[in-house]
Design a protein around this ligand. Structure first.
Ligand code: ATP
Length: 447
């Protein structure tokens, strides 16, 4: 079921306003004026993000027999970042406008001649390197000996543990190690809502391949797998897979495809899939002087595996899903009047709430009790919400948070045990036996 394109294109303001109003995303520590480039997820946003991670986990880990899960710590030995190159080269060039004092990433400016904010000419400072890693201290002494970094990516935790995992899980390449976790980057110019933040979550797969000439095949296979995944949840025309030319790649990388989404401000990266050669493991072998090479017992051959990486941003994907799902629709309501609704057309796997159960009237104890019983039973198999009151308002509220199904318990329920099942997208209503609800809805969850 690939979503269709004839959908409204919301502005970022519309999406961020809904996100705040409905409790998807809040500014971090808002009561103190906010922390720059950091966001908190409200009740619905937390569910949304969990669903994104679960959908990724299912595809990359659960449905495969050649990928194992991992969970490295955020804090690592500082030499990790020397080996990976982050300590020396993980920086952006930063410039300040001397007139309006605004700060920019030099590579984000169309020209260094004129400030895009105040229009001043030749007002920029010389570009300076700014390392994006956040520093902190481990242990009671705040000196250089105890200084560590918050990881800027989850990948290195996997690389330094490659041998531990291969041995303990009794795996031999080709196999992958996957993890989802927090990463931190002191971005010079965070922005576009949750697109560029200083604290975020990554979902990363490092797939280790023997040097037998199959690495490019594996790389292509992973691009295909990830394409299928994005097409399942996002409008096809709004996602593109951009393969970079050899000249654009880091010296060690053989191929790289960026997955991009058509955000309100233009195309932006969601994920990067790359054939990284043996660069990462070799870098740690050199720095740690430990033998991370793999010994293949069967062939009595020793080698350093090649790495195919798929590195996705959970927050960016959640934002793309929120924008993508946002639709505005004109329709004729039950009284024959023209109406408009905002509806989030989330895939059912992504929707924070799957089914809402309503009592038609809040002052009728039998209805309330029956609706609550039905909701409690359904809660065992999917995320539900109970509500009561004006049915039109209840539908609109659920449409706005993207709940695929609404179930109404009314007077007929008390007579024949049936409820009204309403579909979010078609707005069609059917009568279903309350006892059959789970049997009807569970298969639709993964359709
Ligand atoms: P960009 O060029 O946008 O800064 P990047 O190329 O540095 O991103 P990678 O190092 O490839 O990003 O990280 C992998 C993924 O992690 C990105 O595709 C993105 O989804 C996510 N990511 C990276 N930086 C951020 C950030 N500051 N905020 C949110 N997500 C991020």
């Amino acid at each position: 079921m690939t979503p269709q394109v004839q959908r409204y294109r919301p502005t970022l303001d519309e999406v961020s306003a809904l996100a705040k109003r409905r409790g998807f995303v809040f500014q971090s520590s808002e009561i103190y004026g906010g922390a720059g480039g950091v966001w908190d997820y409200g009740p619905l946003g937390t569910e949304l993000k969990r669903n994104v991670k679960q959908a990724w986990w299912r595809e990359v880990v659960e449905l495969r027999d050649d990928v194992v899960p991992f969970d490295a710590a955020i804090l690592m030995h500082p030499q990790t970042w020397v080996a990976s190159g982050h300590a020396a080269t993980f920086h952006d060039k930063m410039v300040d406008c001397k007139v309006c004092k605004h700060r920019f990433r030099a590579d984000h400016l169309a020209s260094l001649e004129q400030c895009p904010d105040c229009g001043s000419k030749s007002s920029f400072t010389e570009p300076r390197n700014f390392n994006l890693m956040l520093k902190t201290f481990l242990g009671p002494a705040e000196d250089t000996a105890s200084q560590v970094w918050l990881r800027p990516e989850t990948a290195q935790g996997i690389f330094v543990n490659f041998k531990n995992v291969a041995q303990a899980a009794r795996r031999k390449p080709p196999f992958g190690i996957a993890q989802v976790g927090k990463a931190f980057r002191n971005e010079i110019t965070p922005g576009n809502f949750t697109f560029r933040t200083r604290e975020f979550e990554q979902a990363e797969l490092e797939f280790f391949v023997p040097p037998d000439g199959t690495d490019e095949q594996w790389y292509r296979a992973w691009v295909e797998t990830r394409m299928r995944w994005y097409r399942r949840y996002l409008v096809e025309e709004r996602v593109r897979f951009r393969e970079l030319a050899k000249e654009e790649l880091a010296h060690y990388a053989k191929s790289l495809t960026d997955v991009e989404y058509d955000f309100p401000w233009g195309w932006g990266e969601l994920e990067s899939i790359a054939n990284r050669g043996a660069y990462d493991l070799n870098a740690h072998i050199k720095e740690s002087k430990k033998d991370l090479a793999f010994f293949d017992e069967a062939n009595k051959a020793k080698y350093v595996p090649i790495v195919v990486e798929a590195s996705a941003g959970v927050d960016r994907t959640a934002l793309a899903l929120l924008i993508d799902a946002y639709d505005k629709q004109r329709y004729v309501d039950q009284n024959g009047k023209e109406a408009e609704r905002v509806v989030l057309r989330f895939h059912s796997e992504i929707a924070p709430v799957k089914a809402a159960v309503f009592a038609l009237a809040r002052n009728k104890p039998e209805l309330v009790e029956r609706a609550r019983t039905i909701e409690r039973a359904l809660r065992r198999v999917m995320r539900t919400q109970y509500d009561e009151g004006n049915i039109g308002q209840l539908y609109r509220r659920q449409d706005e948070i993207g709940t695929p199904w609404s179930v109404t318990v009314d007077y007929q329920t008390l007579e024949d045990g049936t409820v009204t099942l309403r579909d979010r997208d078609t707005m069609e209503q059917t009568r279903v036996s309350a006892d059959q609800l789970a049997a009807v809805l569970v298969p639709r969850l993964i359709a």
